[in-house]
Design a protein around this ligand. Structure first.
Ligand SMILES: C[S@@+](CC[C@H](N)C(=O)[O-])C[C@H]1O[C@@H](n2cnc3c(N)ncnc32)[C@H](O)[C@@H]1O
Length: 224
């Protein structure tokens, strides 16, 4: 995609319904929807589900269509990718989907403690180099953030093609004493039953499947 197309997408993104972008310099503790996403953005009291590093937002959009009793928010820093899901949500009037453009590192500025019920992490960058360890979205520093955001019995779902990231992440979650690993699958297609929520394929998932890679999944539940 050339620069002109990217700029067009950036300016269009701001015109779609339920798209939130906040410049870094304007970040503070008083973000208007913090603690009020359901009431203010979605006009209901339904649970909030996040898709972190959502890219084009396939999970956000497809889950929103399937589970109309929940609200879904795709989070990514790349506006030209978010644009795809945000445009679909806007044009199809999927009122229980929204998109937030930010660094996930700043997520606590946007959501209050216990405001979220589930987090999906879909095909995150594996960040396998030691010096990039803290960038992994399953690193213990991020698990602290997820524990803050999630309400009682809140769930984290991870889907990845990367065997290395998966093994590392299983260890991170095993060492997380505030909850339990409730599902570990090294190949979702080899499981006796394909869960409905696994059947959504993201842009990256389609690419990895074409390369013959197995898709791995884990689910972790926080106790409190
Ligand atoms: C490999 S892509 C996967 C995109 C999508 N989930 C999929 O499966 O097609 C990883 C995405 O995570 C986003 N990302 C990675 N680290 C991030 C961070 N710290 N904050 C916000 N977005 C991040 C990138 O911009 C990118 O869109």
């Amino acid at each position: 995609m050339n620069v002109k197309q990217k700029l067009k997408r950036f300016s269009e993104l701001g015109t779609f319904d339920r798209v939130i972008e906040l410049e870094f310099k304007n970040l503070n503790e008083n973000f208007e929807y913090k603690g009020n996403w359901a009431n203010e953005v979605f006009k209901n009291n339904n649970p909030i589900v996040l898709e972190l590093g959502c890219g084009k937002g396939e999970y956000t959009i497809d889950l929103a269509k399937k589970a109309t009793g929940k609200n879904f928010i795709g989070v990514d820093i790349k506006g030209n990718r978010l644009w795809r899901g945000a445009k679909t949500g806007h044009e199809e009037g999927i009122t229980n989907s929204a998109f937030l453009r930010t660094q996930i590192e700043f997520i606590e500025y946007f959501f209050a403690e216990n405001e979220v019920s589930e987090i999906w992490i879909t095909f995150p960058d594996p960040q396998l180099k030691d010096r990039r360890e803290e960038k992994r979205l399953t690193h213990p520093n991020f698990l602290d953030k997820y524990h803050f955001l999630l309400n009682e019995n809140g769930l984290v779902h991870l889907k990845t093609d990367s065997k290395e990231l998966f093994e590392i992440s299983v260890e991170y979650f095993k060492n997380e004493s505030r909850g339990t690993l409730t599902c570990v699958s090294h190949d979702i297609n080899a499981e006796p039953e394909m869960r409905e929520e696994w059947q959504i394929e993201t842009f990256y998932e389609q690419k990895f499947r074409k390369e013959g890679k197995a898709i791995q999944y884990l689910q972790f539940q926080f106790n409190s």
